[in-house]
Ligand binder design. Structure first.
Ligand SMILES: C[S@@+](CC[C@H](N)C(=O)[O-])C[C@H]1O[C@@H](n2cnc3c(N)ncnc32)[C@H](O)[C@@H]1O
Length: 247
C-alpha cells in the first residue's frame, strides 16, 4: 500500500486545519463527538488516523480517554501543540497493523480514511486490527463516502467535486477491477498552479459489512451521517457501527 506519510507530510499538515475549516466547525464536529461519546460510554476510545485531533480533542474534553494511531509524524506534531493534547496518547504507525495496549469501547476511522488504505487486503486488516482492540460489546465506527460511480457518464472516469477559481478538484476512478481511485487538487498560489493528488481505494457499504464479518463484527447501525438520519440508496456517505459480540 502507499505510505500515507507521503500524502500527509509537513506541507499538508501545515495547512490541514485551515484548508478544512468547515470540518472543524462545531456543526461538523459536535454530532460526531456525540455519537462516539455515547458508544464509548464509560470506556476508552481509539482513533485510527487521529490526524491533528479534530475529533479526538473534543472527545477527550468530554472526559473520554482517547488514544490515537497515525502514520504521519507531521500530523501528530500539529496535534501535540494543541491545548488538551497532553491527555491523548498517540502511537505513530500503520493503523492496519499497529497494536496498542488495553481494550477500547469504541474504535473509529472517519473522514474517508479507510480509503487511504489502497488494497482490499489492507482494508480487511484494518477491520481485524480494530476488532482486536475492542472489548466485547465494543463498536468499530467508520465514516466514508458512497462511491460515486453513478455520476460517471458512459466512457468516462472523472467526477469533478470543486470547480474554482481558485481551487479545482476531481476524482479519477482509475481501475474498476481493483477499486483504486485518486483525488486531484489544483490551486492557484501567487499566479501559479499547484497540483496534489492522493490515491484511494473506494469501498462499498456491503463490502465493508463482509470485512466486518471476517473480523468477527456484526452491523449494529448504519446512518446517512452523524445526526443518525436513515441510510438510503440516495445517501452519499454513511456512518456505520459494527459491534463485537459480547461473550
Ligand atoms: C483525512 S485525515 C483524517 C484525520 C482526522 N481523523 C480528522 O478527522 O481530521 C487521515 C489521517 O489518517 C492518517 N493515515 C492514513 N492512512 C494511514 C494508515 N495506514 N495508518 C495510520 N494512519 C494513516 C493520515 O496520516 C491522516 O492523519
Amino acid at each position: 500500500m502507499a505510505d500515507a506519510d507521503d500524502y500527509f507530510g509537513e506541507p499538508v499538515a501545515a495547512t490541514y486545519d485551515e484548508s478544512l475549516a468547515d470540518m472543524f466547525e462545531p456543526s461538523a464536529v459536535n454530532s460526531a463527538v456525540d455519537v462516539l461519546a455515547e458508544l464509548a460510554g464509560g470506556g476508552r476510545a481509539l482513533e485510527l488516523g487521529i490526524g491533528t485531533g479534530r475529533l479526538a480533542l473534543p472527545l477527550a474534553r468530554r472526559g473520554i480517554p482517547v488514544h490515537g494511531i497515525d502514520l504521519s509524524p507531521a500530523m501528530v506534531a500539529r496535534l501535540h501543540v494543541k491545548p488538551g493534547s497532553e491527555a491523548i496518547g498517540v502511537t505513530v504507525g500503520d493503523f492496519a497493523t499497529t497494536r496498542v495496549d488495553g481494550r477500547f469501547s469504541v474504535a473509529y476511522l472517519v473522514f474517508n480514511a479507510i480509503m487511504n488504505v489502497t488494497t482490499q487486503a489492507a482494508q480487511v486488516a484494518c477491520f481485524r486490527n480494530a476488532a482486536a482492540h475492542l472489548e466485547p460489546g465494543g463498536c468499530f465506527v467508520v465514516e466514508v463516502m458512497v462511491p460515486e460511480l453513478r455520476k460517471l457518464p458512459a466512457g468516462q472516469n472523472i467526477v469533478p467535486f470543486q470547480v474554482g477559481p481558485p481551487r479545482w478538484g476531481f476524482d479519477v476512478y482509475d481501475d474498476l477491477t481493483t477499486q483504486t481511485m485518486s483525488s486531484h487538487y489544483i490551486k492557484i498560489v501567487d499566479g501559479r498552479s499547484e497540483h496534489r493528488s492522493i490515491p484511494f481505494r473506494y469501498v462499498w457499504p456491503a463490502e465493508l459489512d463482509l470485512m466486518a464479518q471476517l473480523a468477527g463484527l456484526r452491523l449494529r447501525d448504519r446512518w446517512d451521517g452523524w445526526t443518525r438520519e436513515p441510510f438510503t440508496s440516495e445517501s452519499r456517505r454513511h456512518v456505520s457501527a459494527w459491534e463485537k459480540p459480547a461473550g
